[in-house]
Design a protein around this ligand. Structure first.
Ligand SMILES: N=CN[C@@H](CCC(=O)O)C(=O)O
Ligand SMILES: [Zn+2]
Length: 431
């Protein structure tokens, strides 16, 4: 008799997102998500989805099977686990005082240039030991999990020198091994120019010291790093330094996934397209040429509606990007500047402030965000062969997850990763 880990049966809706193995969706596909009314999902002992379909056909197909666990989802909806394509979750100290300064009119770069912002967090992260950073990270990952995130990108970037960058990357690795949530790890040593150094000196340090040391750890199997990031911005890293650092990371086998065109048009999008970047984040100031280049190179635009909202920036032009065929994805940008762990809230903001539709926002926070992390072959949709990461929400239509702003805690009944229930009815299990 065949046996399986989990059967989720009789859901009012199962939102597959995509059903033909698509690695990403662009505008038309994002507007027409695959949804099964009255559906069931089967997950195997290997944590992979074995079947998804109408409840009656799954029932007859698996009549003789045994399941370790059966969840009755009558009246509820099943969605893929959410994917958060951009976060900075490893740090000590908070910046609540800066929030007040910014509300009073200070800009992000004014705070940064006065030694606050990223520099404030660098000082506190440098002083913190690994255990403190790990406990902080695990608490934030748990919050993300409770809000439905099952795969998250985590950046370093509050070290800006080798020792602290390695400390952060090791903390991310420890969390990957000890938390159920999936993690894509990003080296972001070029997040700011350290105090007392020029951009040129910082670039040389990254190229000659930091990247070679990280490469050694990766080769020795003592560290897993997936992506390379640079903050390409006026007063931070210019286009030439960005190019050199990203190319060096790519040569090491890392995926290019960087901050570009946020506060000033930098031609970051064109550079990313030329280098074969998988993703570029922010893009509030991207040009039409940049949008066209990203569409042609299948570089995902990771939009971060919380940042534009908190910093009162112009919104990234999501509609223009979608119309041009760009692969639009979403991230929370969780960091001490933008303190939001909730992808349901990010999707809501994407709909209201970026003018995306509900289905576009869900595709951007699932299959496309997984693509931005090079994980869309395993994550981002409910399809046989993919990892069994699901959300079950207590609502008769999936759109409630976005519509009920700030209510995800009440709506999310279960979060499932690899077929294991890791959060249920207000309780985190096994984090
Ligand atoms: N813009 C650069 N980096 C982050 C902010 C990091 C920080 O302020 O600590 C961002 O994506 O918003
Ligand atoms: Zn960021």
């Amino acid at each position: 008799m065949s046996s399986f880990k989990l059967l989720v049966k009789g859901a009012k809706q199962v939102v597959l997102v995509s059903k033909n193995g698509e690695k990403f969706l662009t505008k038309d596909g994002m507007q027409n998500l695959a949804v099964i009314e009255n559906g069931s999902v089967v997950i195997g002992h290997d944590g992979l989805i074995k079947a998804v379909g109408p409840a009656d056909s799954i029932e007859s197909q698996f009549r003789r099977a045994v399941f370790d666990k059966v969840l009755d989802a009558t009246g509820m909806c099943v969605l893929p686990g959410l994917v958060d394509a951009h976060t900075h979750p490893v740090w000590a100290g908070d910046r609540v005082h800066e929030f007040a300064m910014k509300l009073a009119g200070a800009t992000y770069m004014e705070v940064h240039e006065a030694g606050g912002g990223i520099h404030f967090t660098v000082r506190h992260t440098h002083a913190a030991d690994s255990e403190t950073l790990l406990q902080g990270l695990k608490g934030r990952l748990e919050r993300m999990l409770r809000a439905g995130t099952t795969l998250v990108e985590c950046k370093s970037g509050y070290g800006l020198e080798l020792e602290t960058e390695l400390k952060m990357l090791s903390v991310i690795d420890s969390a990957r091994k000890s938390s159920p949530i999936g993690i894509s790890s990003t080296y972001c040593g070029a997040h700011a120019v350290p105090r007392g150094k020029t951009m040129e000196q910082a670039t040389e340090d990254i190229l000659a010291v930091q990247l070679p040391a990280i490469q050694k750890h990766i080769s020795a199997g003592s560290l897993q790093v997936d992506n390379i990031d640079v903050f390409c911005e006026k007063g931070v890293f210019d286009l030439n330094s960005t190019r050199r650092i990203l190319q060096a990371g790519k040569d090491m086998g890392l995926n290019i996934n960087f901050h570009g065109d946020e506060l000033h048009p930098m031609n970051s999008a064109q550079l990313g397209a030329e280098l074969g970047a998988l993703a570029i984040s922010h893009l509030e100031e991207v040009t039409d040429e940049g949008i066209a280049a990203m569409a042609a190179s299948q570089t995902s635009a990771v939009l971060l509606p919380t940042t534009a909202y908190i910093l009162r920036l112009p919104c990234p032009r999501a509609r223009d990007m979608l119309d041009a065929g760009v692969i639009v994805s979403l991230g929370s940008d969780f960091n001490p500047n933008a303190y939001c762990c909730s992808m349901p809230m990010v999707m809501h903001l994407a709909c209201v402030t970026l003018k995306m539709s509900l289905s576009e926002a869900l595709a951007a926070a699932t299959i496309n965000a997984a693509y931005a992390l090079n994980c869309s072959h395993t994550h981002g949709s409910v399809e046989p062969g993919k990892q069994g990461d699901l959300l079950i929400i207590n609502a008769p239509r999936w759109e409630h997850l976005i519509y009920q702003f700030g209510s995800h805690q009440e709506l999310i009944r279960s979060v499932i990763i690899k077929g294991n229930i890791v959060y249920e009815n207000d309780k985190v299990l096994g984090v």
